[in-house]
Design a binder for this molecule. Structure first.
Ligand SMILES: C[S@@+](CC[C@H](N)C(=O)[O-])C[C@H]1O[C@@H](n2cnc3c(N)ncnc32)[C@H](O)[C@@H]1O
Length: 280
């Protein structure tokens, strides 16, 4: 085995972005040698054996072909938790942590028992992050996709939150009983319009299209969720939805049309209007 297959040389020779090369190589070191990320520096003269080297080459070439890092390593950090992810679910985005923080703030002001609904839960990201940070809250999380719900359920078990988060399958509120009521409803639905060029670029090419686009104008899921919330929120209950940076006016208008009050918009860390909230 030659020094050209040492950690140091593989990293410096890789055409990948340095942070991505480090994440992928660290994944290989964990899998083959049970070494933590610090080995990238502390053992950088370690020469990879043929099986580890072959794994590294495969990951490197898949990433060069555009596959998202999170799918390649099978996990993604979100809020205060780590989630298993696979091509059947959207990779949770840092912007969505704003929705979690808004829900957690609202929860602080509500008397127990507190029930929160997450519509279109995907990997379970929003519901599980809320459950992890607010251990007195009960959650229901829905998705239309059985594949997504399987991954979400696995994440709930891994995080030991499976007794607190209940998963249901169905289209938006059809997954629920007619008289199910919640203090807070959160959702990050598909809101990209049909034909949007982002759908054929970058990581999005590898994610489920049904998680990204409504195949219409981008507002149809938001409308269904906001109008449906009137029947499933307790009095003064909060609805909080994520949307595109250019959908603020449209979403706030839908909330007004549905009869909500105290309609507000919240910007993400980059300053983009990202979440709209309203009260029943
Ligand atoms: C943008 S992804 C959000 C996933 C996750 N909540 C997150 O923030 O990472 C939208 C999710 O909505 C689900 N979805 C799409 N249409 C749906 C419908 N009609 N009813 C329920 N869920 C739906 C998709 O399967 C997908 O998991």
């Amino acid at each position: 085995m030659s020094a050209e297959h040492s950690i140091r040389t593989l990293l410096s020779a890789s055409p990948l972005a340095p942070n991505e090369a480090r994440i992928l190589l660290s994944h290989v070191l964990d899998k083959h040698y049970q070494l933590s990320r610090s080995a990238l520096l502390s053992k950088d003269d370690l020469v990879l054996d043929p099986r580890a080297l072959s794994d590294w080459k495969t990951l490197e070439s898949k990433r060069l072909a555009g596959e998202p890092v999170a799918y390649l390593i099978g996990k993604k950090g979100f809020h205060a938790i780590e989630l298993t992810v696979a091509p059947g679910v959207l990779i949770p985005r840092p912007e969505t942590e704003l929705l979690v923080d808004i829900a957690l703030d609202a929860i602080k002001t509500i008397a127990e028992p507190i029930h929160v609904l997450d519509l279109g839960t995907g990997s379970g990201a929003i519901a599980l992050a809320i459950a992890h940070s607010a251990n007195h809250v009960a959650l229901t999380a829905t998705d239309q996709s059985l594949e997504a719900l399987k991954i979400a359920q696995q994440n709930a078990c891994n995080l030991q939150l499976d007794t607190r988060v209940h998963f249901k399958q169905g289209s938006w509120y059809q997954a629920l009983e007619a008289n199910d009521l919640f203090d807070v409803i959160v959702s990050n639905p598909p809101y990209i319009a049909k034909g949007d060029m982002h759908l054929v670029q970058g990581d999005l090419r590898f994610e489920p299209q049904s998680a990204l686009t409504d195949d219409l104008d981008g507002l149809s899921c938001l409308k269904a969720i906001i109008f449906g919330a009137t029947a499933h929120l307790k009095p003064k209950g909060l609805i909080a939805v994520e949307h595109g940076f250019d959908q603020r006016e449209a979403v706030m208008a839908i909330m007004a049309e549905a009869g909500f009050r105290d309609i507000q918009n919240h910007a993400d860390l980059a300053g983009h209007p990202r979440v709209s909230t309203a009260r029943k």
